[in-house]
Design a protein around this ligand. Structure first.
Ligand code: NAD
Length: 496
């Protein structure tokens, strides 16, 4: 068993304890006897120091040419790639996802570092014709200032990287508070940025809890922008806290994503997609395929195969290469999933497999849960409407393509949707009609590529996007410039 890693906050280029000297533990959800790391439990005093450092670093960082800023990001990308295996293993230890998925999480950070470094030589504005002779018109991007970043535990390196890197390349400085359930991956990421040559104060990491460090970031008047990824309930609260100060706000929140399985699809492909979409990362992805709407002509056959595959999944410690599904993140998550299973049963859905926590033998010290399949789910049931964030999938029968679209859209969230069909016309209609930020054809609702915009509609997002060039819009603002080179005095100047 590895001994716990003792970690600190990173403020103004120094690794420091919390002012209060309080700490908290980051435990392995596959075996809670293992303390993976110990972090400072920060409060408003630590946040104030971090914001002060970020504000002091801003004037110089803003004026550093973006291609020079990019060189630091390139170096960080290389270091991340060199240390990928070790970083992935620590991620699995701290939050449970299987090693292969943890590698993917680190890879997203690597990809994002290369991509955003490339943007250091682009960040294009517009040059346009002006209305008058001898006048020049253009627009350019300006940084926002100190960005406050608040992130969840389920993509503990990818999501911090999706926020920090575009913020930096646009010339902002940063205070980040990672989730209390998985701060170590963000710590590694920030440490690598520092080793790559980031000037002091440009990125500051403050570990701690939402109600303490998180609230202090929201409240601090020196923080000009908040980028939050997490649950919709917390996101609503964040929104309310930012409004009085008119803080710029980027929200990425919950999902209730749907796969639509049509009668003309390749059924084997659809079943495979459903298994990984629903049970990958133990169902703890914002893009998890937690609803599957299936045409009645293939409903029974689809269910038979899905249940067979769900029962065969190997659950356990994600560090074991044979394991396909790791634990849930914590006790609250395990209780919440159990409650949703009870709710499904009470509302009349048919539990076809799973439904129980795994608590014996090798599972005794972790938060393991069986892959769970409900059939005959009605679209209005709680298990078909609310984000469960666990390995529970609701299979909903439907009569037609049109009904599938209607059921698919009938939720408050709008992150991701997919269709399995061999009919190109249906694929295009669904692509147009689904009220989501991401759409897949013949693939599950998961698996983003970092150069395309990522985010959702309705109660998943507030109109901004991260990843891709769209992230530059989130982390910068436009300035329009008019240059008159005619040498003529303006009317107002002549009159005065
Ligand atoms: P969460 O909302 O509980 O916490 C997210 C972050 O907010 C954490 O860092 C937490 O400490 C902080 N926080 C909590 N209360 C706060 C407060 N009062 N003030 C300031 N900060 C506060 O979410 P979670 O459990 O970490 O993550 C799971 C959720 O995140 C799911 O709903 C999932 O769908 C969502 N998510 C969304 C996306 C997306 O891109 N749309 C991606 C990943 C996860």
């Amino acid at each position: 068993m590895n001994s716990p890693k003792i970690c600190k906050n990173f403020i103004n280029g120094e690794w420091v304890d919390a002012v209060s000297e309080a700490v908290f533990e980051d435990r392995n959800p596959a075996d809670t006897n293992q303390v993976v790391s110990v972090f400072p439990r920060s409060d408003g005093r630590d946040v104030a120091l971090a914001v002060e450092a970020a504000a002091a670093a801003f004037p110089r960082w803003r004026l550093m040419p973006a291609p020079r800023r990019a060189e630091i990001l390139y170096r960080a990308a290389q270091r991340l790639a060199e240390r990928k295996e070790e970083l992935a293993a620590d991620m699995t230890r701290e939050m449970g996802k299987v090693l292969e998925e943890a590698r993917g999480d680190v890879q997203e950070a690597i990809d994002m570092a290369y991509f955003m470094a490339g943007e250091g030589r682009r960040q294009y504005g517009q040059t346009t014709p002006a209305e008058l002779p001898n006048k020049f018109a253009m627009s350019l991007r300006s940084p926002l200032g100190v960005c406050g970043l608040i992130t969840p535990w389920n993509f503990p390196m990818a999501i911090p990287s999706w926020k920090i890197l575009p913020a930096l390349i646009c010339g902002n400085t940063v205070v980040i508070k990672p989730a209390e359930d998985a701060p170590l991956s963000c710590y590694h990421f920030v440490k690598i940025l520092a080793e790559a040559g980031l000037p002091r104060g440009v990125v500051n990491l403050v570990a701690g809890f939402g109600e303490e460090a998180g609230e202090a970031i929201l409240a601090h008047p020196g923080v000009k922008m908040i980028s939050f990824t997490g649950s919709t309930d917390v996101g609503r609260h964040v929104s309310e806290r930012c409004a009085p100060q008119f803080k710029r706000l980027h929200l990425e929140m919950g999902g209730k994503n749907v796969i639509m399985v049509m009668e003309d699809c390749n059924l084997e492909l659809a079943v495979d997609g459903a298994v990984w979409g629903a049970f990958g990362t133990t169902g703890q992805r914002c893009t998890a395929s937690s609803r599957i709407v299936v045409h009645k002509e293939v409903y029974i056959e689809f269910l038979e195969h899905l249940v067979e595959r769900a029962r065969a999944l190997r659950v356990g410690d994600g560090l074991d290469p044979a394991v396909q599904m790791g634990p849930l993140i914590n006790r609250d998550a395990a209780d919440k999933v159990s409650q949703y299973v009870q709710s499904g049963i009470q509302e009349g859905a048919r539990l076809l497999s799973g439904g129980h926590a795994l608590t014996d033998g090798v599972f005794a010290n972790g938060f393991f849960f069986e892959p769970t399949v409900f059939a005959n789910v009605q679209p209005g049931m709680r298990i078909a409407q609310e984000e469960i964030f666990g390995p529970v999938v609701s299979v909903i029968p439907c009569d037609s393509f049109e009904a599938a679209i209607e059921i698919g859209n009938n939720v408050r969230y709008g992150l991701s949707a997919s269709i399995y069909t061999q009919d190109v016309n249906r694929a295009f209609v669904a692509m147009r009609e689904m009220e989501t930020g991401i759409f897949y054809v013949n693939a599950p609702t998961i698996g983003a590529e970092i150069h395309l915009p990522f985010g959702g509609t309705k109660q998943t997002g507030n109109g901004h996007r991260e990843a891709g060039v769209a992230a530059l819009d989130t982390f910068s603002e436009w300035k329009s410039i008019y240059v008159d080179y005619s040498g003529r005095l303006q009317r107002a100047q002549i009159d005065s």
